[in-house]
Design a protein around this ligand. Structure first.
Ligand SMILES: [Ca+2]
Length: 383
């Protein structure tokens, strides 16, 4: 009885904590009055390699936003750093912020109720990403499906002549096309998998390839997986009894897989599914495709010779988030405006400068995993 009462309290606390942050929030404690919404909406980007690009198209985006939300003008700028953007949103001086998933997670933890995630940007998705998360590893390991890490391609005209049109066509015509998140993937050789390495816990005492400590899918999300399974990295000989895993550092996602294929490590982390970058021929790969079947000769067996051991918690794409200092009505209008704008040619041109090609509605609960990762970084990686 006591336990369920405490659970009820915990649930109530969660509901209260999430109010003001989600579109679903039914009873929001502090609802800004639309009458107090500013005439000029400041939209701010966090400095990044894309920030210069977005400023080139800022005037176009400002006009499109103003046309979609009558009664307001828009001013786009790049903040001096992430904290400046967040402080601006907290203080009501910045109404809309383009935050990464980790930045949103930090904002929601450190300034609860001050920022509402409106949208998550989407990317072209692999077919497997459309399946329920729990089924994805099984699907990737089921060779009867002929899984080759296919992207879903929405326009068949995008296919190069050398790609595998039959496979793309089958996928592209049957499923939704975009995903808001991806994951870190742990891959091992089929022989290793068949010998029993089928779970994260099985890595104790093994050598695992991973990227530098700043890489999300190549190190940070994998480290959270380790932590949750009682494993730790070591750079020396690993003690399996202590849950140690030897860290073999590689410089890139395909390097990680190449090192696995060479036998430098027992399993390898990459984003999912980096195997396709070795398998499918592309203009940039420069690798041999002697029979022009769209598959790189050297890596034609990578999907049959390897297996996926696990995926990390989902890694969400960039967000568009709003300060809760503006009314819920205006936040909803901004959310709708970005979704409508990116469907237009001019809007897509402007927003693709920030690598956005579409949006899906976001909810705060999408970011539970991202908050876990953020807290892990603060506690264990000193970030
Ligand atoms: Ca070939």
């Amino acid at each position: 009885m006591k336990k369920s009462f405490i659970s009820l309290l915990a649930v109530s606390a969660l509901v209260l904590a999430s109010c003001g942050k989600t579109a679903e929030c039914e009873v929001c404690p502090t609802v800004a009055d639309p009458a107090n919404d500013p005439a000029t909406i400041n939209v701010q980007f966090v400095p990044s390699k894309n920030a210069d690009n977005i400023m080139l198209v800022a005037p176009a985006l400002e006009s499109l936003l103003a046309a979609n939300i009558p009664g307001h003008t828009f001013k786009i700028s790049v903040g001096t750093d992430f904290n400046a953007v967040l402080e601006g949103m907290d203080a009501g001086q910045v109404q809309v912020g383009f935050l990464t998933s980790q930045q949103y997670a930090q904002a929601s933890l450190e300034r609860p109720g001050k920022v509402q995630v409106l949208l998550t940007s989407v990317r072209n998705a692999m077919y497997v990403q459309q399946l329920p998360y729990a089924q994805q590893v099984e699907y990737m390991n089921n060779q009867a499906n002929g899984y080759h890490g296919e992207y879903v391609i929405d326009k068949l005209s995008n296919l190069s002549a050398s790609a595998n049109p039959a496979q793309y066509k089958e996928v592209g015509t049957t499923m939704d096309l975009k995903a808001t998140a991806y994951a870190a993937q742990l891959t091992t050789m089929k022989t290793t998998y068949d010998a029993g390495l089928t779970s994260i816990k099985g890595l104790a005492g093994k050598k695992v390839c991973a990227l530098s400590s700043s890489s999300g899918s190549g190190y940070i999300y994998p480290s959270v997986l380790f932590y949750e399974n009682g494993l730790t990295w070591t750079t020396s000989t690993p003690d399996a009894a202590k849950g140690e895993v030897q860290y073999i550092q590689v410089s890139g996602h395909t390097d990680s897989l190449k090192a696995l294929l060479r036998g430098d490590c027992d399993a390898a982390f990459s984003y999912n599914d980096a195997r396709r970058d070795l398998y499918w021929a592309s203009a940039s790969s420069g690798a041999a495709d002697s029979d022009s079947d769209g598959v790189i000769d050297e890596y034609k067996d990578i999907f049959t010779n390897t297996r996926v051991v696990a995926l990390s918690t989902l890694i969400y794409n960039d967000t568009i988030s709003a300060s809760t200092s503006i009314s819920q009505d205006l936040r909803n209008q901004i959310q709708r405006a970005f979704m409508d704008i990116i469907k237009t040619e001019d809007g897509l041109k402007a927003l693709s400068a920030y690598t956005h090609i579409g949006y899906k509605l976001a909810t705060d609960s999408d970011y539970e995993g991202e908050r876990t990762v953020y807290k892990f970084k603060v506690e264990h990686l000193n970030k």
